[in-house]
Design a protein around this ligand. Structure first.
Ligand SMILES: [Zn+2]
Length: 248
């Protein structure tokens, strides 16, 4: 972790701290083992593993991944990011790991700084290249998520799985917040942005708020099975997230 990232994290921690929420508890981190769980605020990014820095979203994802796909370390895995505690864990655990980032000014398949650029709407990987594809908090930022889901389906081999997180509301139906029209973003609702490890605070547009119908979108994209794993939604001092599991 760079000094810049440590300062960023510390300032960020101070900015979100709520005194009434403060809690510290020993726990078995699904990423790094025996550790302490720190709660600074009552939401999924205010709860973190003190040792590896994983947020409650990452903790829920890692716990669900271990439960849903226990043999993943020996598989051909494709992760849609190149930084953070989960990526560092994958790099240690998985010998056959492929990873990428989306850079809007780099051609898909080309690299920057040793990291390959991929656009999930048009992956350059061959059909049936992977056993498992993973992502955390990516697809709400993909303009054409249906095409992205189809592309993930295409690069998975028979028996493969796509396990990922996105923010999912209690609503039955997904609400589109923005669409791409003739190469330009058209806002249907007030623009909402999320932080990004590479681009910084509030840098990436949220195209939609997923509802429970996300599983229907995955089935329509060719996945044989799609469901939401809620086991770890509040497993980390009350915080965490739903994890989506889709199988070919
Ligand atoms: Zn940890």
């Amino acid at each position: 972790m760079s000094l810049q990232e440590i300062i960023y994290r510390f300032r960020y921690a101070l900015s979100i701290a709520e005194l009434s929420a403060l809690a510290l508890r020993p726990f078995a981190c699904p990423l790094c083992g025996p550790s302490l769980l720190l709660r600074l605020a009552r939401d999924s990014i205010g709860v973190r593993c003190l040792r590896c820095g994983a947020s409650a979203i990452t903790l829920s994802f890692a716990a669900a991944l271990a439960a849903e796909r226990p043999g993943y370390r020996r598989e051909r895995v494709y992760e849609l990011s190149s930084r953070g505690p989960l990526f560092e864990l994958f790099r240690r655990q998985i010998p056959d790991l492929t990873y990428s980032e989306y850079f809007d000014d780099v051609a898909p398949g080309a690299s920057r700084g040793g990291v390959q650029c991929q656009d999930v709407q048009r992956l350059t990987h061959a059909d049936a290249s992977f056993d498992l594809v993973t992502s955390t908090e990516v697809f709400e930022h993909v303009a054409d998520d249906r095409r992205g889901f189809s592309e993930i389906r295409r690069v998975l081999r028979p028996g493969g799985a796509f396990i990922f997180t996105v923010p999912i509301t209690d609503a039955e139906r997904t609400v589109e917040r923005a669409v791409m029209s003739e190469g330009k973003v058209q806002h249907l609702l007030p623009a909402e942005y999320h932080d990004d490890r590479i681009r910084g605070r509030g840098a990436v547009l949220v195209f939609r708020d997923y509802g429970r119908d996300i599983v229907g979108r995955l089935r329509a994209a060719g996945f044989g099975e799609a469901r939401i794993d809620s086991r770890f939604e509040r497993a980390f001092l009350g915080a965490g997230c739903l994890v989506v599991v889709a199988r070919v």
